[in-house]
Design a protein around this ligand. Structure first.
Ligand code: URA
Length: 434
């Protein structure tokens, strides 16, 4: 078999066989097939696409390029959740303790943030002592004992995807639907939970800018998961403005704790419940969405999710006092209000601009090695639909450097779009695929 022929066949729009795809993935991972040939194939796929069978074969070949976790030491139906990434997305912090409080095991692999979206691990490191460097035994033991554990993504999961994604990133071949779907699903299948719930974001701050693209990606991922024998659901949710009011690590943790106390922002809680319902349904703990939502709401009302969160933080070495006294969390020294100048209604808040403002403040990473400042960020006071007058505060910037705060100020002003006409309320949940 020759890589040249595989590229040539895809260039002409032919279907690639399992053997050809396996040959490419194995050869590329081992270094026998060079970057330039694989990038030519990726570009051919961008133009010719892949069908369902090819996409499944690519996903499984990438999954099998490394370790596939054996979760059999954990009792019950294991449920995982994945978001395609958004600004202000602290959903996992609230959702995992809610679901775990219902006795559903959540064995989750999470990553650090890169660029303008934050990672769950960075947020959790706001708790002094918290660690995601668990051995597999500790991870399994924590899930069995308290029903939730979060571990850092190990290098051994889907190494072929890591190499391919880095290549796609520099050859303008990231934005092909089947390549994105297989990349995400190879890692989820290697993490190997029984049920996977996907949060596919759509809007100006998301990978998928239009609803049509988001639904197409969600459907492809659900299909791959089902073909691989997993129980699947995907929820397409809004990212036409940041999720909730807080952006930045410690501010987001505070908002998560407020949410666990029943004081979460409305848009954020709508997404939390939509994803939570799918997680509860897939675990078999409820028969209908209404019943699942009722169970989840009770974990907030009775504070069992809050206590579960404290238990989880403590089990991973963190100081649980911070959960009950969030004022102990780090907060930047400078607070600067962003003032409005136009009367009207907020029609959109460009999420990417807000994410970049947080990055400028030091809240995100430009490279994998960057140190982040957990105490900086932005608190939005006005969201889509709100009426605003001249001299209303749109947001507060939390910074440790005045020059950076001023740069963030300009970005936040640019992010707000104000219309003269009232803005209709839109649902955060665009649809569910089961
Ligand atoms: N995220 C991934 O993990 N892979 C992609 O291809 C795109 C987004």
């Amino acid at each position: 078999m020759r890589m040249y022929d595989i590229i040539n066949r895809k260039k002409r729009g032919r279907h690639l066989t399992k053997e050809e795809i396996d040959f490419m993935v194995k050869g590329y991972t081992s270094g026998e097939i060079p970057d330039y040939q694989v990038s030519a194939l990726m570009m051919a796929i961008c133009f010719q696409g892949m069908d369902e069978e090819e996409t499944l074969h690519l996903t499984l070949a990438m999954r099998d390029s490394g370790e596939v976790l054996d979760l059999s030491a954990i009792e019950g139906i294991k449920v995982d959740k994945h978001s395609t990434g958004g600004v202000g997305d602290k959903t996992s912090l609230v959702l995992t303790p809610m679901v775990a409080a219902l006795g559903i095991p959540v064995a989750k692999m999470s990553g650090r943030g890169l660029g303008h979206t934050g990672g769950t691990i960075d947020k959790l490191e706001c708790f002094p002592g918290f660690s995601t460097s668990l051995t597999k035994e500790q991870f399994f033991d924590n899930v069995n004992r308290i029903k939730v554990a979060i571990m850092g993504q190990t290098e051994s999961l889907a190494p072929a995807d890591k190499k391919l994604y880095a290549l796609r990133d520099v050859t303008a071949t990231v934005d092909q639907l089947s390549l994105i779907a297989s990349s995400i699903m190879s890692k989820k299948l290697a993490a190997n939970a029984d049920a996977i719930v996907l949060d596919v974001k759509t809007g100006n701050g998301a990978f998928m800018k239009t609803k049509e693209e988001a639904f197409a990606l969600a459907e492809e991922m659900v299909q791959i998961g089902k073909n691989a024998g997993k129980q699947m659901a995907a929820v397409v949710t809004d990212m036409d403005q940041p999720l909730g009011n807080a952006i930045g690590n410690s501010l987001e943790v505070k908002e998560a704790i407020l949410s666990l106390n029943g004081l979460g922002p409305k848009d954020f809680m709508e997404v939390v419940y939509a994803l939570g319902v799918e997680m509860v349904l897939s675990s078999g703990k409820a028969a209908t969405p209404e019943e699942a939502k009722e169970l989840l709401m009770r974990t907030i009302e009775e504070k069992t999710a809050l206590d579960k969160f404290a238990e989880f933080v403590e089990a991973q070495g963190g100081d649980k006092r911070f959960v009950y006294q969030p004022e102990l969390l780090p907060l930047a020294s400078i607070q600067l209000q962003v003032m409005n100048t136009e009367e009207g209604y907020v029609s959109r808040i460009l999420a990417e601009e807000i994410g970049l403002a947080s990055l400028v403040l030091g809240g995100g990473r430009l490279t994998k090695e960057s140190e982040i400042d957990l105490s900086v960020g932005i608190l939005l006071h006005k969201k889509r639909g709100d009426m605003v007058r001249s001299q209303d505060a749109l947001a507060t910037i939390y910074a440790n450097d005045m020059e950076k705060a001023k740069e963030a100020y300009g970005r936040i002003v640019r992010a707000y779009e104000i219309s003269r006409e009232p803005v209709e309320e839109v649902s955060m949940v665009k649809g569910v695929i089961r």
